[in-house]
Design a protein around this ligand. Structure first.
Ligand SMILES: N[C@H](CCC[C@H](N)C(=O)O)C(=O)O
Length: 259
């Protein structure tokens, strides 16, 4: 099978994207998707997305983790797929699409940023030195004093495979508060490694790092792969709305692969 693909990245979280609006890639198997995402034997990516048609939205987002299995919501992926939809001719100042966690909206800025509206959050588990919440994907958030010192692979893996999370898995974020904003490093379920940036993860981290007072906030976030901003309204102790994940989304290259 010959596949025409596009490679995108958003702050170093990278994706293979295919245009599946005519259904030609619907038969891709878990093994084939894992192969396409393999960095040595395939194209290489943290995940694969398909652009699909939907009767009520500009498009539908299908997201698979690098292990080839369908994932929960991917924030950086949603930003990249919106940029891709625009490249494919869905040209509007803002697009509306449906993903596994519900509807989203994305708007395009002149500086090349793609800003993605996330689902409201009204539940956060507050534990001893950690937070656990769902921003479209499940995220464990741990605050640390020096995030560069953390062995994200080993520590993230230990939490992801502990008794509580082993079956379903979780993404694990390590967060350091900076003079302005936060620095976040993430171990991703489904990639089973640290990625350079995780959109739903930095969103989860920003919500938990926000001041306790209700109000509107913009939290600057640094990741290994670059700079993002999270905007939101805090309505109560555990309730947030109008959440926007903002940052760059870039086409890297396109090509063909035979599998
Ligand atoms: N990189 C993604 C998160 C993917 C979530 C995935 N790892 C899962 O838990 O299924 C993001 O930018 O939000």
């Amino acid at each position: 099978m010959n596949i025409h693909f596009y490679k995108y990245q958003g702050t170093g979280n990278d994706f293979v994207i295919v245009d599946n609006r005519n259904g030609e890639y619907s038969s891709l198997t878990t093994q084939q998707i894992a192969h396409l995402c393999d960095r040595r034997f395939g194209i290489g990516a943290d995940g694969l997305m398909m652009l699909e048609n939907h009767a009520d939205y500009d498009f539908q987002m299908k997201y698979y983790n690098a292990d080839g299995r369908e994932g929960s919501m991917c924030g950086n992926g949603g930003r990249c797929l919106s940029a891709f939809a625009r490249q494919m001719g869905i040209e509007k100042p803002a697009v509306k699409f449906i993903a596994v966690d519900g509807p989203h909206e994305a708007s395009f800025r002149e500086n090349g940023w793609v800003n993605l509206k996330m689902q409201d959050v009204d539940w956060i588990e507050v534990g001893n030195m950690y937070f656990y919440l769902n921003t479209g994907s499940p995220h464990f958030v741990k605050f640390v004093t020096d995030v560069q010192e953390v062995d994200v692979y080993e520590e993230g893996r230990a939490i992801r495979y502990n008794e509580r999370f082993a079956a379903e898995g979780t993404n694990v974020n390590f967060v350091q508060e900076m003079d302005k904003g936060i620095f976040v490093r993430t171990y991703e379920r489904g990639v089973e490694d640290e990625t350079f940036s995780c959109g739903t993860g930095v969103t989860a981290a920003a919500l938990t790092a926000a001041p306790a007072e209700t109000g509107e906030y913009t939290i600057p976030v640094e990741t290994i792969g670059g700079h993002l901003e999270i905007q939101f309204a805090r309505n109560g102790e555990r309730s947030f709305s109008n959440i926007w994940l903002c940052g760059p989304a870039t086409l890297v290259f396109e090509g063909n692969i035979n599998i």
